[in-house]
Design a protein around this ligand. Sequence first.
Ligand code: ADP
Length: 415
Amino acid sequence: MTIIDLLTKIRDSWLKEIAQKIREDSRGGQNYESDLIRFYDLLVQVIETGEMESLSPLLAEWVSSHSELELEGSIIRIPPILDKIVKHTGDVAKEHLEPDQAIDVIQALMPIFTFSFEAIATQEVLARFSHFSEQVELAQADLELIDKSKSDFISVAAHELRTPLTLIEGYASMLRENLAKEEDGDTPELLLIKGINNGTRRLQEIVDDMIDVSMIDNNLLILNFQPTWLNRLFEVLENDVKGFVKERNQILEILAFEGSQEMTFADSERLYQSIRNLVTNAIKYTPDGGKIIVDGRLLDGFIEVTVQDNGIGIDQEDQKKIFKKFGGLGEVARHSSGKTKFKGGGPGLGLPITKGIIDAHGGRIWVESEGYNEETYPGSKFFILIPLRTEPPDDKVAKLFKPMAGGGESQTDSL
Ligand code: ADP
């Protein structure tokens, strides 16, 4: 008797007994009877033709019937129907055939079962891969939506806050002028108005930061390139922050380095804003009596500027986070306690703006710190790389600053 004859002989018993086994197992699925018939007929066909691939479509159907939960599990799941077929075919053959006939049938079917397991495993890995790819895509889309909502919120809130803020500022200054006309010296009313002015100035800075962040987010930051000398920016900066430094009893050391007197085309106001952000942060996150050093060097095609402090430092895992908007590491309770007070956390927009400006220049920004420690004060060192542009970046700038390009002597009023 051929294998085909033997398989024909045990067909009915096989279908009945395997169906019985599946029925005992409630997870068997609904179409198992028709699936069993299809599988058995395919077994016979594969024995006749040797083409194992004929089984693939049915096996693929079994894999695709997995639920999402099963796909998320870590174990490769053999469909229960195949599990029962492989486990019990030997028993059926032994029961209904002579022993040597049963061995022949099992030997003939073994490679087909092996192929089926391999095919299932491959299909399952592919099914899981596409399931997880879909999940990742959905999560990515959600994140983009959240980020866009955040950005829209900042933009709307900033523009909505602007008008009432201008009104308060306007009325406060009218009131101050009227009072100043009537009385000499700092009356209690004038001091109160000074307080309102300080508050509105701080609020104005926050609103400006919100507008900058939404411009950076929406690629609307337009740089106004002009000849720039870092040493001039530093002079203005030193003057600008000396009050804060004195208030905190700190030392600010701005070193002259090769490259600081070099002319480069950059947006000097934006660059100033970036370096000022780093220095005010250094003041803020360094205890009273600390030291801040601004230094740098000339590199091939870049000027590097560093702002180093001996303050509280930043944990390694936070060193990337702080450049993302609202990535500030502070607790809410610390917020708005002043622009330069020790650890006076702000809205967490300063560094994202600084990074946006440096990126727009084609530069890079990063920080190095041993970690955060409020007992040993390991400090932080921020690095920025500014591309050295001795030529105007475009024709418009070239026309405006013709004599400056290529190291010309004359200088404009730019910073
Ligand atoms: P914030 O308005 O909170 O100061 P920033 O974007 O300027 O926002 O800074 C983000 C966070 O990075 C800060 O909240 C602080 O935790 C950390 N950080 C920035 N500069 C320093 C520094 N020089 N030393 C220690 N931590 C810093």
